[in-house]
Design a protein around this ligand. Structure first.
Ligand code: PEP
Length: 256
């Protein structure tokens, strides 16, 4: 399985800045066969970047899309419109869940629409700080995995990526708020256990599980060597070109 390094730019960079960043990134990194580099810029930049991107070196992801293909849904962009333009789409990011009120039902429909439109969903799951404190982590992860994948068949599950993102560890500046390798290993094991309730054991081993939560060049190596982790979803550090390329280098070294 490849190692995935996914940069989520969130609501940062103008279209012009996105293009300049991509240009510099493409110049800096060679084509790494075992490392799948993915960037998720603003939706506004997807079309132009899809023409600019060197797909041998990296792939494009959307940050979000709506589950209906077309219709009276003012302000939305659909997976059908993104088809052919992006290879991936982040679905159910905690900012979508908690700022924009997306629930498991909606996320389930988005995962299904992504797969139907040949876009790999990167389904984000993870508990809040208080859910962890109250011992609810396992239940939350279970509900989010089962909910998100309810419409994905055995045949299609190899087109899905899961990202474990404990919300308390996202954009953290405090060492005490960083997820430890043991905590991640436990969560990833649990995710595979839940996946095994839905899919064949052999298939489950092939589903990539990424970790996200304040990843930077200094902790990327430790996170990438957590058993069961197949890549990283990176917010803040992906906005700094030198940090993002350092993380890609770390991934390459870990794979070597
Ligand atoms: C995220 O929001 O998906 C994320 C992992 O952000 P950061 O790397 O900034 O914690």
């Amino acid at each position: 399985m490849k190692t995935y390094i996914v940069g989520n730019w969130k609501l940062n960079f103008t279209v012009g800045e996105s293009s300049i960043y991509l240009h510099k990134l493409q110049k800096k990194i060679p084509n790494y066969r075992d490392v799948e580099v993915v960037v998720a810029p603003t939706a506004l930049a997807l079309q132009s970047l899809s023409l600019q991107i060197d797909r041998h070196k990296m792939k494009l992801s959307a940050q979000n899309a709506f589950y209906r293909d077309f219709g009276a849904y003012t302000g939305e962009i659909s997976f059908a419109q993104l088809r052919g333009m992006v290879d991936y789409c982040i679905v159910g990011h905690s900012e979508r869940r908690y700022i924009f009120g997306e629930d498991d039902k909606m996320i389930q429909k988005k995962v299904e629409a992504a797969v139907r439109n040949k876009i790999t969903p990167i389904l984000c799951v993870g508990e809040t700080e208080s859910e962890r404190a109250f011992g609810e982590t396992a239940d939350v992860i279970r509900d989010q995995v089962l909910g998100g994948l309810a419409d994905v068949s055995e045949e299609d599950i190899d087109k899905v990526i899961i990202a474990y993102e404990p919300i308390w560890a996202i954009s953290s500046t405090k060492a005490s708020k960083l997820a430890s390798p043991d905590e991640i290993a436990e969560a990833v094991k649990l995710i595979r256990k839940v996946l095994a309730e839905l899919y064949d054991k052999e298939t489950v081993e092939k589903i990539p599980i990424l970790f996200g939560g304040s990843v930077n060049p200094s902790n990327a190596g430790a996170y990438l060597t957590v058993p069961g982790v197949n890549g990283l979803l990176i917010g803040g550090s992906s906005l700094i070109l030198s940090e993002f390329t350092d993380i890609i280098e770390v991934a390459k070294r870990v794979r070597a």
